[in-house]
Design a protein around this ligand. Structure first.
Ligand code: RIB
Length: 304
């Protein structure tokens, strides 16, 4: 089974700050670092680290060829990553003393993905393969529709959420992976249980995973519900934790793991991720996830 991840590739400019900048305020950062990122890039690397056969589809400018090379170096097939005239997408990320982040995105080359890319690239995949897409590229609706027509199992991580998501053919999605903010925006509900109920009513054929950060994750489909608690760690930088979860959950599912086991592995992987700075570079390898003691005794780097 293969997975095609139609996703963003970003250069992340990360600034360590005491507190997020407020309107009208100018603040200094104590540290600046440049990392590889983009939800698509991070999720492809997580999938590859977790052992999946992953193809990344996306676009970078000439300034982002190193991101394509990084994917390839991490075991991702980059045959469908194109270098275009636009500059590479980027993110300006503040990380505060609690490891929380605040992000401004510039789509750049990620917004050059087209319907014809979807038709051309997804023609290389077969029924039963997986399609993963987030909400940082253009043509997301067309990608979902094309994948569904071809019999692929479609997974949508509607992050970052915006009003465009409502216009996607959501009835064609097989798995939704959402955080609480995205769940609230999709359903209008406030509490996790109500969000899960509403998702099931709206999309009875789909499974929903609602990630709740340090409060764990809920999984629900028409037959079953599962809850897995998060591992307790001291966060350094939460950037990429959701992406790590997505990659590890799907790779485990593709390898035939039970849902509960896939959730446990994904929670463990994202717990390790938050103990390290950066996004793509902070995603653990499979052997680190399997070595339980690494979570507590990780020799994590520091951002602050
Ligand atoms: O999910 C984390 C990612 O969101 C960062 O790497 C940044 O590029 C933004 O896309």
């Amino acid at each position: 089974v293969k997975i095609c991840n139609f996703g963003s590739l970003n250069i992340d400019h990360v600034y360590a700050v005491d507190n997020f900048v407020q309107p009208g305020e100018t603040i200094s950062s104590s540290l600046y670092r440049r990392f590889a990122g983009g939800k698509g890039c991070n999720q492809s690397i997580a999938l590859a680290h977790a052992g999946a056969c992953v193809y990344h589809a996306g676009k970078v400018g000439k300034d982002g060829v190193w991101l394509r090379d990084l994917l390839a170096g991490n075991g991702v097939d980059t045959s469908f990553v194109e270098v275009v005239e636009e500059s590479t997408g980027h993110a300006v990320i503040q990380v505060n003393r609690d490891g929380e982040n605040s992000i401004i995105l510039h789509g750049g080359a990620n917004r050059a993905v087209s319907t014809s890319d979807a038709d051309r690239i997804l023609g290389h995949f077969s029924p039963g393969d997986y399609l993963l897409v987030q909400n940082e590229t253009s043509a997301v609706g067309a990608v979902i529709a094309c994948a569904s027509r071809r019999g692929l199992i479609t997974v949508l991580n509607p992050a970052p959420m915006d009003s465009a998501v409502a216009d996607y053919p959501l009835e064609l999605v097989d798995y939704f992976i959402l955080n609480k903010i995205e769940g609230k925006m999709m359903t209008g509900e406030q509490e996790p249980d109500s969000i899960m109920r509403s998702m099931l009513e709206r999309y009875p054929g789909a499974a929903t995973l609602l990630t709740l950060g340090k409060d764990g994750v809920i999984y629900g489909d028409s037959k079953t519900t599962e809850y897995v608690a998060a591992e307790r760690v001291v966060p350094v930088d939460t950037t990429g934790a959701g992406d790590t979860f997505v990659g590890y959950f799907l790779a485990s599912l593709m390898s035939g793991a039970e849902v509960r086991r896939a959730l446990q592995i994904a929670c463990r992987a994202s717990a390790i991720c938050v103990t390290r700075p950066g996004a793509a570079e902070s995603i653990p390898k499979r052997h680190e996830v399997e070595a339980e003691e690494n979570i507590c005794s990780s020799s994590a780097g520091k951002l602050h």
